[in-house]
Ligand binder design. Structure first.
Ligand code: MV4
Length: 447
């Protein structure tokens, strides 16, 4: 097992990884920008190294500085967390080339999943249902027209190397195809430096359902069921829950087993998430994330498995040590991503936190790196805390979430707590009756 791990991240996820390391008797090295000298992830780590100026490019994305910090402190493995360098295949390659262990999948698996078309082709060949669409990037408008006729309108033009909904355009008829392609291509070119686009059947009211898997280097793969991440605003998730109110046990087992079998044939290692759109009882694979995800705690709460501990064990070559039959999903978990933003306008609200009180009690978990007297810097993601609850039933989890939100004190900055307080009284939400477009409407009605 590793003696010392460098955590190449900041905020709550750096703390989350530190906690798993310390429970395993592993020393931690924090890296930080000049803006984060007083951050909790630095205070709790055994050692820390300043790696640059506040701008992410200069610090948390600075691969050379991070490798130097590992060399300097004698860390033998690097955990990238989420965001930043976590899905950068070149970084994973550099880490290994310098003799460190990258706590994550192989660079090859990261790279192929970054190419949406290649990922879809791979998954289809592994027996996983994918969204119908073009199998290659669009080169010829006539071919694109024929593909669109085959799959049926409306169709969606998507960026092959995209993400976050950029480079996406709907075409509802043949007349709209040409312009949809050129607009999507231009957007993809400017945002991803790659103008490759492809076609998919447009699903009007799906849910976003993702399956968590874990694979060791001995060929064992297990799944932990799904998370429902349909509640998003501008492609940012606000609230996630597990299990999904929309799935039954048979549907869960069926997609879970398909995914596990596919991932076993991939020869994948570590944690992974397969994202699906789910409509009218049918799953359609969209993308695979090769990192630990923000919302991983809801899966931990219903499974009792520490996913970060498992990542570290797998990276060290240890076998899983349990089978699918040993995994029992219990109760219901909900996560709220609390951000430093105005709850009505979503205007960023960085600044000084004068007072802070975290809720607690049975079934309540806070993953956060804030403290009373902390100043939220303006340079990074606005998420300041994840409030995660667990209950025996969805209703118990909802009641617990309501009282935990009411207990929470974060003074000095605006937060999105009031938005969650209003969301959890909404009838549709309480009934679990929502799709990927529901939250934008709800937020629109709020102001
Ligand atoms: C789709 C879709 C409908 N049909 N693909 C948005 C981000 C990107 N990763 C995939 N996205 C979508 N792809 C087909 N064929 C609708 C969306 C979508 C969406 C997906 C998940 C969660 C929220 C969303 C909000 C708007 C659009």
């Amino acid at each position: 097992m590793f003696e010392k791990i460098l955590i190449a991240n900041r905020g709550e996820i750096a703390l989350r990884i530190h906690r798993a390391c310390h429970e395993m008797g592993i020393q931690t090295v924090a890296v930080h920008s000049t803006a984060d000298a007083d951050a909790m992830h630095v205070r709790l780590a055994d050692e820390s190294v300043c790696i640059g100026e506040p701008a992410p490019r200069a610090s948390y994305l600075n691969a050379a500085a991070i490798l130097s910090a590992a060399e300097l402190t004698g860390a033998t493995a690097i955990h990238p967390g989420y965001g930043f360098l976590s899905e950068n295949a070149n970084f994973a390659e550099m880490v290994e080339a310098h003799g460190f262990t990258f706590i994550g999948p192989t660079p090859e698996h990261i790279r192929v999943m970054g190419d949406k078309l290649a990922a879809k082709a791979l998954m289809r060949d592994l027996g996983i249902p994918v969204v119908p669409g073009s199998e290659e990037a669009i080169e010829d408008i006539e071919v694109a027209m024929r593909t669109a006729e085959d799959i049926g309108y409306p169709v969606l033009v998507k960026a092959a190397h995209g993400g976050g909904g950029r480079g996406m355009r709907i075409a509802t008829s043949p007349q709209e195809i040409r312009s949809a392609i050129s607009i999507a291509r231009a957007e993809a070119e400017s945002h991803f430096k790659n103008g490759a686009v492809y076609l998919e059947k447009y699903l009007a009211k799906p849910r976003h359902i993702e399956i968590q898997i874990l694979a060791d280097t001995h060929g064992n793969v297990v799944h932990f069921g799904e998370r429902d991440c349909s509640l998003q605003r501008r492609h940012q998730k606000l609230l996630e829950e597990a299990p999904s109110p929309a799935l039954n046990a048979d549907q869960r087992a069926e997609i879970g087993n398909l995914v596990s079998a596919g991932v076993a044939n991939l020869g994948y290692r570590g944690v992974g998430t397969l994202e699906f759109l789910f409509e009218d009882g049918v799953f359609y694979f969209m993308e695979m994330n090769t990192r630990l995800q923000v919302e991983h705690p809801v899966t931990e709460m219903i499974s009792g498995v520490d996913l970060v501990r498992e990542q570290i064990r797998i990276a060290s070559g240890a076998p899983l040590g349990y089978y699918q039959n040993d995994i029992h999903l219990q109760g219901h978990s909900i996560e709220c991503r609390i951000t430093a933003e105005n709850a009505k306008t979503f205007t960023p609200s960085p600044g000084y936190i004068a007072d802070y009180h975290a809720p607690g009690g049975l079934g309540v978990r806070i993953d956060s790196a804030i403290y009373a007297g902390y100043t939220v810097p303006p340079y990074y993601d606005s998420m300041i805390a994840k409030l995660i609850v667990h209950g025996r039933t969805r209703n118990e989890a909802l009641m617990r979430l309501r009282r935990a939100l009411d207990e929470c004190v974060i003074d000095g900055i605006d937060t999105t707590i009031p938005l969650f307080q209003s969301l959890i009284t909404d009838r549709d939400f309480v009934n679990g009756d929502y799709d990927i477009h529901w939250l934008e409407r709800f937020v629109g009605l709020e102001d």
